[in-house]
Design a protein around this ligand. Structure first.
Ligand SMILES: [Zn+2]
Length: 271
């Protein structure tokens, strides 16, 4: 289901081929950039390579830096800006980037699975290969959040915690909050074992987010997160889902498919 805004599927947003999902609605109407990258990128010399944006995957720092710079260029942001990411640990820490914070490196050492800010021109990013990358914005108070929530973050209800945080710290109202789900492993491929099944049924009971195929159980993390966000007061029409599965689509990095792999990004910026 497409929400109040539409994202462009795999659109080239500049002369160079960098396929990204980009919300034109938010950009043109509210000055908010929501962007999801894929595993594909094309360098200036025309060479195509895996478009990894994470410093922690064993790839050369130089390549990652180059890829992050490419994103800034495609999004028409100044080259001397940085895209900030924190140390993701499948926890629930929310890092508020405010004007008192000293940002020395784009690779923030603090552990956080959510970055949030109301500062202009500070790109914030979460990274994943199967995990949910969720971008949020309060279009009225001009706040953005980038959330990383795999099964652990979903079980700990991180997305709902971010909504509470926005309401308490920024005075956000549910009706002004828009949310986008990027590529992640989906119900078609996310087979879970009895251990994980028990964790989820203990907390959330049985619901539409489980599917049975043959004798296996599959979990729909996006569906479960949407239900939880609904309980936080976010209406269905304020939520966009790109609907792409990282595991069965070679355009994305998938940890479960490849183990050693890069990461795609979810990036938000207030212009
Ligand atoms: Zn799939």
């Amino acid at each position: 289901m497409i929400g109040k805004f539409e994202m462009i599927d795999m659109e080239n947003i500049s002369a160079h081929n960098l396929p990204v999902y980009l919300s034109n609605y938010l950009k043109n109407n509210h000055g908010i950039i929501f962007c999801f990258t894929t595993s594909k990128g094309v360098q200036d010399n025309g060479e195509s390579d895996p478009f990894n944006i994470d410093y922690h995957t064993g790839e050369s720092e130089e390549n990652v830096r180059k890829n992050r710079e490419t994103i800034l260029k495609k999004l028409e942001l100044k080259k001397n800006r940085k895209i900030y990411s924190a140390k993701q640990v499948h926890g629930t820490n929310i890092l508020n980037i405010n004007k008192n914070m000293k940002l020395e490196s784009d690779n923030i050492m603090e552990e956080a699975d959510c970055l949030i800010t109301d500062l202009k021109n500070i790109p914030i990013m979460v990274m994943g290969a199967d995990c949910n990358l969720i971008l949020m914005t309060d279009i009225d108070n001009k706040v953005i959040a980038a959330v990383h929530a795999g099964w652990r973050g979903t079980l700990k209800e991180l997305p709902a915690k971010v909504i509470s945080y926005m309401k308490i710290n920024f005075g956000s109202k549910s009706k002004d909050i828009f949310i986008a789900f990027g590529p992640s492993i989906r119900k078609c491929c996310y087979k879970i074992d009895s251990n994980i099944l028990k964790k989820f049924t203990d907390k959330f009971g049985l619901g539409s987010f489980f599917a049975r195929k043959n004798n296996d159980i599959y979990l729909d993390l996006v569906d479960l997160n949407r239900i939880q966000l609904g309980k936080s007061g976010i209406s269905e029409e304020n939520i966009y889902d790109c609907g792409k599965c990282t595991y069965c689509n070679e355009n994305f990095f998938s940890y479960r498919r490849n183990k050693e792999t890069g990461r795609q990004a979810g990036i938000a910026i207030i212009r």
